[in-house]
Design a binder for this molecule. Sequence first.
Ligand code: HEM
Length: 139
Amino acid sequence: MLILLKIIHMFGLYVGGAAGIGNGLLLTKTLKSGQPPSPVVAQVMGLIGKMGFVAIILLWLSGLGMIAVNNAWSTLDWAFWVKLLGATLVLVAASIMTAMGVKAEKTGVPPDLKKIKAVSKLAHVGLPLAVIFAVVAFS
Ligand code: HEM
């Protein structure tokens, strides 16, 4: 069970990280162009955003699952809590950006890309914190 959860955790990390980099690049290039994204690019950004959100949910579920399986809450040190702070920043950012994307899809009004860029900065801080302090906590 632990191995399965760890594999899910690593896939979540891979897909979540790739989604963040992919959409980050598309967003930066679109904002620099001064034009709205083409319909295809907008659709791809929405899809990548949803994949990233699912990946982050899987990171949380598998992470909580690993701790539950190991019954390890009482053994977690300060580095783990810094990692969890980073993971929380990533979850908050991804939730807000996904909600903005879903609202845009429902209303047909494109999301404010500058706002999305500002929210994504939370994830830029959170992801390195989560990765670096995961390694510190579990080495
Ligand atoms: C953005 C979110 C997250 C990222 C980027 C992340 C990243 C990582 C990385 C890189 C490792 C491997 C560390 C190593 O083995 O040296 C790891 C392991 C682990 N993570 Fe996460 N993680 C995230 C969220 C979470 C959450 C929310 C929890 C639990 C509440 C969690 C619990 C764990 C546990 C228990 C391990 C140790 C697995 C083991 O070696 O037995 N993670 N994580």
